[in-house]
Design a protein around this ligand. Structure first.
Ligand SMILES: C[S@@+](CC[C@H](N)C(=O)[O-])C[C@H]1O[C@@H](n2cnc3c(N)ncnc32)[C@H](O)[C@@H]1O
Length: 275
């Protein structure tokens, strides 16, 4: 069995190299998810011992096969790191992206007042709302999504937090309250973008933003004007080429102090504005 696992590991890493630039790291993550053992064990011959471990070996084989079919790693392992913790993800939630952390970072650095009310629209796995709720225990966060299945996952991710509640609704429909801050990473890919056709695993409703990709942003901006307190703050993530269009929509709805921010790759990614 010892040489068997060595061989299996080498073969798996070779297969993963065809679809990933980090095959060893991915092998270690898949190994850890299949066995419950730390990633370091992936480099040992742990499977030589008993039948329980051989069962895990079969699961690992299955995970490698799924990955080779193109399933994103977090959908196989069931988790993705975002801000300061691992979030549970399923194929009903978008996998939180590192660039979205910019929204959390901006909100936390720009607001120090106590007892603020924050609305996270299209919360998915809960990544934005939960990260803010954990950092600011005296703030109250409302997190919404149209997907009940996504909300179920977000609720699991929020376990133990008392300052966040979840509402199923379409953008701001049935949201009556006023908020100090509204934040959203809405779907923003154009309907005809070829990337959408190649998506086999991520939920289309999390990504497709209508004909020009801006339908969700338009709806959110229109309604945010009503649901923000006077001089409240709106933070929106957008596609790298959508900054000018989003600024235009904000101006049309009389938002002011409009600022644009770039992600770590240098792409325009987030806009904040006052109502
Ligand atoms: C780009 S994902 C963002 C998920 C999460 N906030 C993040 O940043 O990882 C957009 C989210 O908006 C939700 N969504 C799409 N259309 C919606 C609508 N009309 N009303 C409410 N939520 C919607 C999707 O279900 C999805 O969870």
């Amino acid at each position: 069995m010892t040489s068997g696992i060595d061989e299996f590991r080498q073969e798996s890493i070779k297969k993963l190299a065809k679809i990933s630039s980090e095959p060893l790291r991915e092998y270690m993550e898949l190994f850890s998810a299949a066995t419950g053992l730390s990633k370091a064990y992936a480099l040992t011959n742990i499977f030589e011992v008993n039948s329980e471990k051989i069962k895990n070996f079969r699961l690992l084989e299955e995970y490698i096969a799924q990955r080779c079919l193109g399933m994103p790693l977090p959908y196989i392992t069931g988790t993705k790191g975002f801000w300061k913790k691992d979030f549970r993800v399923t194929t009903d939630t978008l996998i939180p992206r590192p660039e979205t952390e910019l929204l959390v970072e901006l909100i936390l650095s720009e607001h120090k007042r106590k007892n603020l009310k924050v609305l996270d629209l299209g919360t998915g796995s809960g990544a934005i709302g939960i990260s803010i709720a954990e950092e600011m225990p005296d703030w109250t966060i409302t997190a919404t999504d149209m997907s009940l299945l996504a909300l179920q996952t977000a609720k699991i991710n929020s376990r133990g937090l008392k300052n966040i509640n979840f509402v199923q609704c379409f953008w701001l429909n049935s949201i009556g309250a006023s908020f100090d801050i509204i934040v959203s990473n809405p779907p923003y890919i154009c309907r005809n973008d070829p990337h959408l056709e190649n998506l086999s695993f991520e939920p289309r409703i999390a990504l497709e933003g209508g004909e020009d990709g801006l339908s969700p942003a338009r709806e959110i901006i229109r309604r945010a004007k009503i649901n923000l307190v006077e001089k409240g703050h709106l933070y929106l993530e957008h596609g790298h080429n959508q900054r000018d269009d989003v600024v235009q929509i904000l101006r049309e709805h009389a938002f002011f102090k409009i600022n644009s921010y770039q992600d770590l790759a240098g792409h325009d990614r987030v806009i904040r504005a006052n109502s």
